[in-house]
Design a protein around this ligand. Structure first.
Ligand code: DON
Length: 312
């Protein structure tokens, strides 16, 4: 089925884009980070890159947006590279069933976050990525890593988004200080949050994002660059975490409707992985009640239905 589908993929993408376009504006653009509230809610882009490097795209797929929590996949990959399985001494691997910025479980669970994709877990991962380095060095390392994954040295951080989030990041400050009180962060809170806010402010377009995720579809190897980023076992495990935790308290629903490992961000982006087949990035800023792109999720549901790419 896959080979036949590939020939038609551009038509499928265009059909999905055309079908969903009238619904743009549904959902709510994130406004708790003021800079994100300025984004046009009618933006909509899709990019699919298969393991042969064919690119299928539609809509605003070449316009950069704030990848926000999608960055958590890349920092987790970096942290695992530095710390291996000991990463899991610091952060769990279970779905939280709570909102992405929830604090409730931390009190009963000794300050150890449930998984690396909720905010608390990603803040711990930023601490792990720092590993004794200054915030500036750690941020530089994250940017270079994402550039390497996407094979694109033009990718960077939107400083206005990073500043905007830092100025209003009281919830993340609360999470970080709470974890620090349990001894769960090794670096100063303001340093760790500086790294975290900057990684969330990475600006990428759908094509760049799909390219950066290709190693997860390719068993750990980016087939375009030939670089082995992680082992096949690690790629499978990152995908497993994306499937179970990548959409927070909407992860079960995303698995039910789409059936692919995916990671969302409040900028409206979603990276989805079809193992052995393709990497997919969608962007539509209107969010559902769980903080995941509403139209983006529907686009991926349609794509999975039309291609048969569900992992189930
Ligand atoms: O920390 C925050 O709240 C944001 N920088 C990222 C949250 C996010 O993207 C949640 N995803 N859907």
């Amino acid at each position: 089925m896959c080979a036949a589908v590939t020939g038609d993929l551009q038509a499928i993408i265009e059909d999905i884009h055309r079908t969903l376009k009238p619904r743009l504006g549904e959902g709510k653009v994130a406004d708790y980070i003021p800079e994100l509230a300025k984004v046009d809610p009618e933006k909509f882009g899709i990019a699919v890159i298969d393991l042969e490097g064919n690119v299928f795209k539609a809509g605003d797929c070449d316009e950069a947006f704030s990848i926000q929590s999608v960055s958590k996949v890349f920092t987790l990959t970096l942290a695992l590279g530095k710390h291996g399985e000991t990463t899991w001494n610091r952060v769990g691997r279970e779905p939280s069933g709570s909102a992405f910025n929830s604090i409730v479980q931390l009190e009963h669970e000794n300050g150890k976050p449930r998984n690396p994709f909720i905010n608390a877990g990603a803040i711990v991962v930023s601490d792990l990525v720092m590993a004794g380095h200054t915030p500036r060095e750690a941020i530089g390392e994250i940017v270079r890593f994402v550039q390497y994954l996407a094979d694109d040295a033009t990718i960077g951080i939107d400083p206005a988004v990073a500043r905007s989030e830092a100025a209003t990041g009281h919830r993340n400050e609360a999470l970080a200080h709470f974890m620090k009180s349990f001894g769960k962060l090794t670096h100063p809170v303001d340093h760790v949050l500086g790294v975290y806010f900057h990684q969330c402010a990475l600006a990428m377009n759908c094509v760049q994002l799909a390219r950066a995720g290709l190693f997860l579809a390719g068993n750990g190897r980016n087939p375009l660059t030939g670089h082995t980023v992680v082992s096949s076992q690690r790629a499978r495990r990152i995908n497993a975490l994306m499937l179970t935790c990548g959409h927070y308290d909407g992860s079960g629903d995303f698995a039910y409707h789409v059936g692919l490992p995916g990671k969302s961000g409040v900028g409206g982006g979603i990276l989805a992985v079809a193992p052995g087949r393709a990497s997919v990035a969608v962007w539509s800023p209107g969010l559902n009640r769980n903080g995941n792109s509403l139209i983006g999720s529907l686009a991926l549901e349609m794509l999975a239905a039309k291609t048969g790419w569900s992992v189930f």
